[in-house]
Design a protein around this ligand. Structure first.
Ligand code: AMP
Length: 488
């Protein structure tokens, strides 16, 4: 076979990188040309907030789940605004919002709200490290409503939605939608777009014109690719539970969606954790953000939940669970978390005539919604669920979380436990730990200790055995490969 020497091949096109770059910049500016300017700063600091001393600010942050904040802008740092201690401090000039807050009777801003509102209302991008249950949804929705209704052009002239919330699961998207319709005003229209739901109905709604789109990335990308939705009009973007979206493999879809969202928008991102992947996402899609943490992985913050850990052989788990269920009081409501086989356990209960529902990824969307509804309304008091329900699920009166299987990681444990003890109530979490989960024992001990919970001796012994086995493994590696650095 003849070989072609590319250097002697006269037809080889020469790539002109400089011109490509120039064209790209031209294309980019053409793409965004003619869009109306964005108004972003709506914050008027109240005299009360402005007059807080540094000590008062620090004390407030400490007493409110240990809020910590930072400015991630490179170069000279900006001043982090003082937190707002009362709703009026943020929304005095927005009577519609104040009326809604009064209607539901909230007492005061939650920690994430108190610190996030003055930042977002100034038009600054924000990363909120906070779990579900902390009031994070209203932390970004309320300023979003103001942003939407205060733009220089009216929403009818905008030609598409002004706000987009991307959420990892249908359950969370539906929950955000529910909050949105509860608190929105001035006829702000919102729609939830998610896979498994009625695609045609969603398309009809989108094309009729909406102001807020709450979507899971897969379905939105599908509507975008088929030109059913205009994303260019979006000026306020939320990436909700970013860590979860990455875990679920949505990064490519997010990337494709954001190509069509104007780069000078305002962006808010929430995440329960702050691993490398989420940092990378923040760097790509947020501009000079501030970051606010409210006690997340620190379970001491969830001091309304009593955590009980039972070390038990695998074969005895079912019997333990059944005796636990028998001991439930009539008003108790429990989520039983399992690794995979939610249906197995659910049919076990069925055979015994105990009404339960189950929630897992293999169920049809309508069945999942029904399951959740039955559980919320109390038609069943037991929900068997996989980790699909560990985040985003907001049922106020869950009294117990029962971890039948230990989760895949310790963060998921924190999320599961947070399903109970919500909205000022107390709750109990019971966790069965078998030898299979021994590698989590030491992290679990940390969490229990920080929350002042009882640490069973068997768990301490398990953590010790795991540590010894890891050391033995390392030593064996050193013996096999003596050139390795000695293990610590
Ligand atoms: P989230 O963390 O957004 O899932 O919110 C959890 C629950 O807290 C929701 O039911 C909210 O309606 C409720 N909530 C939000 N803000 C407040 C507040 N300031 N006071 C009391 N409850 C709130």
């Amino acid at each position: 076979m003849d070989t072609v020497n590319p250097e002697n091949n006269p037809k080889k096109p020469v790539i002109n990188w400089a011109s490509l770059r120039e064209n790209r910049a031209k294309y980019e500016s053409m793409k965004w040309a003619g869009l109306p300017p964005i108004e972003k700063n709506f914050y008027k600091e109240s005299p009360r907030t402005a007059s807080m001393s540094q000590e008062e600010v620090e004390l407030w942050r400490k007493e409110n789940n240990n809020i910590t904040c930072d400015d991630l802008k490179e170069g000279e740092k900006r001043c982090i605004p003082n937190p707002v201690c009362k709703f009026e401090d943020a929304f005095e000039h927005y009577p519609d919002i104040m009326a809604n807050i009064r209607k539901v009777g909230f007492q005061k801003p939650t920690p994430i709200q108190s610190q996030a509102w003055p930042i977002i209302l100034q038009g600054i991008d924000l990363i909120g490290i906070a779990q579900t249950g902390t009031g994070k949804t209203l932390a970004y929705l309320m300023p979003g409503f103001i942003h939407l209704t205060s733009q220089p052009i009216s929403k009818d002239e905008r030609g598409g939605p002004g706000m987009l919330v991307l959420a990892p699961t249908r359950e969370l998207a539906l929950q955000v939608e529910a909050e949105c319709s509860k608190y929105a005003y001035k006829e702000i229209k919102s729609i939830c777009v998610y896979g498994g739901g009625d695609r045609k109905g969603q398309i009809d709604m989108v094309t009729k014109g909406v102001d807020i789109v709450i979507a899971t990335p897969g379905r939105l990308n599908d509507l975008q690719m088929n030109n059913f939705i205009n994303l260019k009009s979006i000026t306020y973007l939320v990436l909700d539970e970013a860590d979860r979206m990455l875990d679920m493999g949505f990064e490519p879809q997010i990337m494709k969606i954001l190509i069509d969202v104007r780069p000078d928008r305002q962006t808010v991102m929430t995440s329960a954790t702050w691993p490398d992947g989420v940092r990378r996402l923040a760097k790509s899609y947020l501009k000079n953000p501030m970051i606010v943490y409210v006690g997340t992985l620190d379970l001491a913050a969830v001091n309304t939940v009593q955590q009980k850990v039972i070390v038990i052989p695998e074969a005895e788990k079912r019997a333990y669970m059944h005796s636990f269920i028998k001991s439930m009081k009539p008003k108790d409501k429990v989520i039983i978390f399992v690794g995979k086989k939610a249906d197995d356990l659910a049919s076990d209960f069925g055979i015994q005539g105990i009404p339960v529902q189950s929630l897992h990824g293999n169920r049809e969307q309508c069945d999942r919604e029904q399951a959740l509804d039955d559980f919320k309304k109390g038609k069943v008091r037991i929900l068997v669920a996989t980790d699909l329900a560990s985040r985003g699920l907001d049922v106020h009166d869950v009294t117990h979380v029962f971890n039948f299987d230990f989760p895949r990681n310790i963060e998921e444990y924190v999320h599961r436990v947070g399903r109970t003890g919500r909205a000022g109530r107390t709750g109990e979490a019971v966790t069965l730990v078998t030898g299979n989960s021994w590698k989590f024992a030491s992290e679990l001990i940390d969490i229990l200790e920080r929350a002042n919970q009882v640490v069973p001796d068997e768990l301490i012994a398990m953590a010790e055995r795991y540590k010894q086995s890891q050391m033995r493994k390392e030593m064996e590696k050193d013996i096999q490969r003596p050139w390795r650095k000695p293990s610590k």
